[in-house]
Write a protein that binds this ligand. Structure first.
Ligand code: DGL
Length: 266
């Protein structure tokens, strides 16, 4: 059995390309349809009500593209909308929070886990709850880092300004002597180098993009939804600014992107 329908990948903008990249490493043959809501980016400073409404629009978009499953690559949308969507949607939907929490719980040596993300993700407590459900004794140190996503988009990986912002945000986590740090935002894998350098080699970083991709493989396999066609084609839909998506997205993906189209947000 081979299911050649595409996988839908949703993000607030182009950050979800870190998840596409991780999916591609494991599933090069699958067809992908990406929906980046660039017109309404960022989600990290928006209300749950708005993010849930936008996320449902993405679900309807993927339904109209006959997707076989949906990956909510955006941490903020996963935190605010995933449980509701999973409860009501007739196709499998996964997000990034549970896989990230599971990986952190597996990796932690002393149960002291840091989580960084957008203000919305951190205020939702979604990671803290997911980690504590799996390991009630875990101590979670959650820190919003709203300036990191724009710095990653600008490509300011090694600039002194980025170093200062990292120090400001992460000093409390370093002082608390966490042993594991969840990068709970699509953009942070790009800043993994300076974050690791600041936290020190003893701290294990969890990249929720790759843990989510690993979980996607398990899900498709368990439900016999994998494709064995040679395919691998991908379509990228954005709600605004295709040229910027192409330019910055190339950096996030590590290669150029073909077939980018602008669609209207509802
Ligand atoms: N994609 C968002 C996330 O992972 C980051 C950018 C935003 O604020 O929309 O939370």
């Amino acid at each position: 059995m081979s299911d050649e329908r595409p996988i839908g990948v949703f993000d607030s903008g182009l950050g979800g390309l870190t998840v596409v990249r991780a999916i591609r490493e494991r599933l090069p043959r699958e067809r992908l349809v990406y929906y980046g809501d660039t017109a309404r980016f960022p989600y990290g400073s928006k209300s749950q009500e708005s993010v849930a409404k936008f996320s449902w629009e993405a679900v309807r978009f993927f339904q109209s593209h006959n997707a076989k499953c949906i990956v909510i690559a955006c941490n903020t949308a996963s935190a605010f909308a995933l449980p509701e969507i999973q409860g009501k949607c007739d196709m499998p939907v996964i997000g990034v929070i549970e896989p990230g929490a599971r990986a952190a719980v597996k990796l932690t040596a002393r149960g002291k886990i840091g989580v960084i993300g957008t203000t919305a993700t951190i205020n939702s407590d979604a990671y803290t709850h997911a980690i504590r459900r799996l390991k009630p004794s875990a101590v979670v140190y959650a820190q919003p880092c709203p300036l990191l996503a724009p710095l990653a988009e600008e490509g300011w990986v090694h600039k002194p300004a980025t170093q200062l912002v990292i120090e400001e945000y992460l000093s409390p986590l370093r002082t608390a002597r966490i042993d594991t740090l969840v990068l709970g935002c699509t953009h942070y894998p790009l800043l993994a180098g300076p974050i690791q350098a600041f936290m020190g080699d003893d701290v294990r970083l969890v990249d929720s993009a790759s843990t989510c991709a690993a979980e996607l493989v398990e899900l498709l396999d368990a439900r016999t939804l994998l494709s064995d066609a040679a395919g691998g084609d991908e379509l990228f839909f954005v709600t605004d600014m295709a040229a910027r998506f192409s330019e910055v997205g190339t950096r996030f993906m590590g290669r150029s992107l073909q077939a980018i189209k602008v669609v209207g947000a509802e």
